[in-house]
Design a protein. Structure first.
Length: 105
């Protein structure tokens, strides 16, 4: 992923997409994901951020049309972003639809 670029993707039934980017220790990064119509009734953006060491640093599943994570990265290296659909408190994981994902530093 490139800083400030908007990345488009689609989540199919049971699908997870992965994206990667490099960061330097101490950088503050924000990941934002939003729904693009049309989407199924249960589609809700879900973002997870994993450090180069495999530690989950952030998880956002609000059940709304957008999700966002802001963290200060603990180490330099390649970070993995996992996106999917999770309707939050209602617990539906069967949503399908398109999304836009943005990384800002």
């Amino acid at each position: 992923m490139t800083d400030g670029a908007t990345n488009a993707g689609t989540i199919y039934l049971g699908d997870l997409d992965t994206w990667t980017f490099t960061a330097t220790q101490g950088q503050v990064i924000t990941l934002s994901m939003g729904t693009v119509a049309p989407a199924s009734a249960h589609f809700a953006p879900w973002i997870r951020l994993v450090s180069p060491a495999g530690v989950l640093l952030g998880n956002s599943a609000t059940g709304a049309a957008t999700a966002q994570i802001t963290v200060t990265v603990p180490a330099s290296g390649t970070y993995t972003v996992i996106v999917g659909s999770n309707s939050g408190a209602t617990g539906f994981f069967d949503g399908t639809g398109s999304y836009l994902l943005t990384l800002t530093r």
